[in-house]
Design a protein around this ligand. Sequence first.
Ligand code: PAF
Length: 277
Amino acid sequence: MQLTVARNRTDLVNARGQGEVALVPTMGALHEGHRSLIREARARAGHVVVSIFVNPLQFAPGEDFSRYPRTFDADLEVCRAEGVDVVFAPSAEDMYRPDRQVSVHAGRMGEIVEGASRPGHFDGVLTVVLKLFNLVQPDVAVFGQKDAQQLALIRRMVADLDLPVEIVGAPTVREADGLALSSRNRYLSADDRQAALILSRALRAGAVELTPSKIRAAAQAVLDEAGPALSVDYLALVDPGTFEEAGEAFKGEAVLAVAARVGATRLIDNVVLTLDG
Ligand code: PAF
């Protein structure tokens, strides 16, 4: 099977496939986690499109947009090996008109937890994801559970705006020692990487407890051991549909989410738990 690389929207139209189309939106720097998303897409559709676009709209000034890893040739090898049909890799000029005005506003869920730390981030994510849906016209789109709030917001956008696409969430892929795979792990020194393991340890410690207060306390106790190598941004136990904090009587699935800075690198991680109330 031949991989087609579409560098602009005209190429993409020319590469349009027959039958069910699955889209895996990415910013490149593909790793084993992305491979699992691509496999999930392949299991659901005959034609798989991977988009590779480092979206300037979702980075605030001072964030890592300019140094975000760009590994296009290696990404194409991953896509070839995984049997992807089309890689859509537009330029920023092709994606965004210079006089663009209209964008998606994520609403309250975009302003809390991760959104409180990164104002405007989710508006940028939803705007590019909606554009990708319109350009690729997928039947199915696959996103990682690793970005739990992003996944929840995309589901919300699809419901609120009646978008004709099925959203599939795929489990977080971890290293053997628990570190969640992320393109940003490339920034970590050996010492940073060691410190970063505290995030997944904290989530595991929380996950064995049964009530919201005990879950938060157990995870916080591990984070407190970290010392100055780790600067915690938030630890939150939330309703996965709204990202509002789960109260003590909360029942059902909840997300325990954490964000921290390790050296110059900001990392996020989460686990899904079930609370019996
Ligand atoms: O998760 C990501 O890599 C990005 O936020 C996405 C969904 C590709 C939008 O730019």
